[in-house]
Design a protein around this ligand. Sequence first.
Ligand code: FAD
Ligand code: NAD
Length: 467
Amino acid sequence: MSSYDVAVIGSGPGGYVAAIRCAQLGMKTAIIEKYDTLGGTCLNVGCIPSKALLDSSHHYEDAIKHFEEHGIEVGDVKFNLEKMINRKQGVVDMTTKGIVFLMDKNKIDVYHGVGAFKDATHIDITPAEGDVQTIEAKNTIIATGSKPSSLPFITIDKERIITSTEALKLPEVPKHMIVIGGGVIGLELGQVYKRLGAEVTVVEYMDRIIPTMDGAQSKEMLKVFKKQKMKFALSHGVTAVERNGDEVIVKATDKKGNDVEFKGDYCLVSVGRRAYTDGLNLEAVGISTDDRGRVEVNEHLQTNVSNIYAIGDVIQGAMLAHKAEEEGVFVAETMAGQKPHIDYNLIPGVVYTWPEVASVGKTEEQLKESGISYKSGQFPMRALGRSRASGDIDGFVKILADKTTDEVLGVHMVGARVADLIAEGVTAMEFRASAEDISRMSHSHPTYAEAVKEAALAATEDRALHI
Ligand code: FAD
Ligand code: NAD
């Protein structure tokens, strides 16, 4: 039987990064993945394929809507959905093969099969074909991620009533896609199919889209999406989803209690994801889970069984690839006797629609709720020369700072390339910058980043220069 210092179950961004860091720290490491390809949700059916389709559909939309204003005449522009989906798969294949290379380079043993606890130091691995293999591991990291969740009355048939996984490889552009849930997945994939010509209606339970982000971002994005002709039914609780041949019918109740019906040919269910522990045989070792099925961990990300840790989507917190990665590194370093640290307040959140949406730190709603006195500075993208040059004038940068100390407490953005720009907010907050610190830093001209400096000036002394 092969013996390891550490076994990692699951090869998503949490698991494979944890494995690399363990190997770097000198531990003999194994990784177990039930699917044929490594990389987990993120690389196979999440972050990477969704961004590939967002990019392809964005190019198409630019060609049909915006090239002309730049003086580019292209005539009749067409797209080939099959080719677009194949390209996406090519990007995924290249990326997942990259993880195989990284495992090899770091001398990590890869096992394909379902990992299940036999006891606290032994894991059974059941491959799709062939015999069960058992390995021994001094420590184990559970990194089994998450799966799409649904509503109790919905049957996901994977043809017309679908999750994000099927939405990444549809055989045709829907005529009318009804999206249940105006969160990250609903908006990203809704925008992909809207750009390709589908009618898209988002049915959202709350009174705003992307409800966990700053209210100003929800408001701006609703305006932008409506301009792009996406439809929204906010404050609607879905009560039933039915299929009748090629038609899907979504029934909901609006906030006045009226029954409403939406008819389309596809229904994307994007109401969140659930921690995935099926098949792990947690009972064999008595690992406890919370009321949402997430593996319970302490501040060291250690389960109630001291040599077993858990990271990523399978535990509490934001379901984000970079959060899972940080936790992977954290656990590896903890096991090596180091004292790592994660500031969960500084894990940024991004929506990769166009314009993009990005946030770090506290939202205005959270500051109000916790009674912290703050000041706010906001600068519109349309006032930037860079935005006018590219034509990307929607959005803003908003900086929230402590009223007394001027320390930056939150940075919230909507606009072109803000997914990359938010790194400035994270850096500033990591070093506990004041809004004045940012306002005194030189920002290249012309860039979208100038909006960060201007918002900081507005937050410090209400003295933005270009508005
Ligand atoms: P996962 O990536 O889910 O990996 C878990 C792995 O464990 C899987 O490969 C699974 O097969 C394997 N596994 C499970 N059980 C077993 C077992 N018993 N034995 C062996 N293997 C097992 N996040 C971002 O930060 N940015 C984005 O742009 C983004 N876009 C997304 C788009 C979509 C459509 C979706 C669905 C998600 C997106 N996410 C994004 C979220 C991101 O994918 C997850 O937060 C991330 O993948 C979590 O990583 P993880 O390592 O915890 O788990
Ligand atoms: P989400 O939590 O972002 O959004 C779910 C939405 O569904 C919420 O707005 C919620 O109010 C709504 N909802 C819940 N129940 C409803 C009901 N009965 N009727 C109508 N609306 C309802 O979840 P998601 O979009 O499914 O994404 C899942 C996870 O994947 C998220 O945690 C997200 O962080 C991650 N993800 C991240 C990215 C990214 O980082 N860009 C992209 C995709 C997914």
